[in-house]
Design a protein. Structure first.
Ligand code: ATP
Ligand code: LTN
Length: 336
């Protein structure tokens, strides 16, 4: 008999146009993991509401994100893709988990602190509760593996803690999830400020490469990337700018750190940056092209989302019913 595949869950928020950091840290790995695991990939639209959104833009970005998943190679024949808000069990399980989460666990989260500073005019309960909704996303599906970038590691710890807490308080119910964080590229830095992570909501467009950028824009942004004055192309944790560009080059070219360092020995920064830009463009531009084609076929996108909703809802409801029963919520028996 064939072994049953382990479940895998991940998501990206439709909070902006994804960058190469989201691609490298998450989506690229989703594609390669599709054969090994039973994969569920969500569009985390409820998470996006923790920051002010323009409603029409959020709706459009939801479809764009699905088109991007497809363009990157997520295959609807192999993986379930759905929109988080279409499966209300995510919000329902969040409530149950909220009753077992302490405010101190959430207020110490790095992302909460950063986003509270950045959006000081709108520090809302959702921003603080963000990791609990993320835990519900994962635990609803009994996901064993969660591929994400390094910035999500803290949130994943909360999901693990909540799973253990629930299992101990009631009885074994949730799988305790493991993160899948890539060895290279889990923390891609801003091109303008290599001390900070590359983020799709950065106000400075030169800080990130968007998955929609054209070839010329990609090359121009890499040319402007902040480095240093040492003129030495080698990995060095004290030289974050150069190390970041080398990491990006390795991920997109498939070369190892040693191979990349050897290739650029004695090469000037200008030529190196051009090579990084061209290598990235060679992968990103065809993806952007495919994305446009998917986006033009609204019926196809809607079909995938509707089917995804049905499959995800079935799994989610099974788990939520179990949880409601364990915590003592009454459900009448169906009479024939
Ligand atoms: P925002 O700027 O709106 O907070 P973001 O760019 O940080 O967004 P998310 O939607 O929060 O992106 O993250 C999507 C996925 O991309 C997650 O798995 C996250 O860990 C990964 N990711 C985000 N930023 C990076 C980064 N700089 N390097 C590697 N992976 C990243
Ligand atoms: N918070 C994640 C997106 C996300 C997620 C998830 C990732 C929402 N729910 C569940 C993994 C598993 C982020 O990347 N900012």
């Amino acid at each position: 008999m064939e072994d049953k595949k382990l479940r895998l869950f991940s998501a990206v928020q439709p909070s902006g146009i994804p960058t190469i950091a989201n691609y490298i840290g998450a989506i690229k790995n989703w594609v390669t993991l599709q054969d090994e695991y039973e994969c569920i990939y969500s569009i985390a639209d409820l998470h996006t509401l923790t920051v002010k959104q323009v409603p029409a833009e959020l709706r459009q970005r939801t479809l764009e994100l699905l088109a991007l998943y497809l363009a990157c190679g997520v295959d609807p024949e192999k993986s379930v893709m759905f929109v988080q808000s279409h499966v209300p069990q995510h919000a329902e399980l969040t409530w149950i988990l909220n009753t077992m989460t302490y405010p101190g666990e959430l207020s110490r989260m790095t992302q909460y602190k950063d986003k509270s500073k950045k959006h000081a005019e709108n520090v809302n309960m959702g921003l603080m509760d963000y990791p609990v909704l993320m835990a519900a996303d994962i635990l609803l599906y009994n996901a064993a593996v969660v591929p994400v970038g390094k910035d999500q590691k803290q949130h994943l710890e909360i999901a693990r803690d909540l799973a253990v807490r629930f299992n101990n308080r009631y009885s074994p119910t949730f799988t305790v999830p493991e993160g899948f964080i890539p060895k290279m590229g889990a923390n891609i830095m801003s091109l303008q400020d290599p001390e900070h992570k590359m983020s799709k909501s950065d106000a400075n467009e030169n800080a990130f490469i968007s998955m929609n950028d054209d070839r010329d824009t990609i090359i121009r942004k890499f040319k402007r990337a902040v480095t240093d004055s040492e003129n030495l192309i080698a990995f060095d944790e004290n030289r974050k700018g150069i190390s970041n560009l080398l990491t990006i080059y390795c991920v997109f070219s498939g070369k190892t750190a040693g191979q990349a360092e050897a290739e650029f020995k004695g090469v000037g920064y200008g030529d190196f940056k051009l090579a990084v830009g061209e290598t990235v463009a060679n992968t990103i531009c065809p993806i952007a092209e495919r994305k446009k084609q998917y986006l033009a076929d609204r019926d196809y996108l809607d079909k995938i989302i509707i089917e995804g909703k049905e499959k995800a809802s079935y799994m989610a409801q099974k788990m939520l019913a179990k949880v409601y029963k364990k915590v003592g919520l009454y459900t009448p028996e169906r009479k024939k």
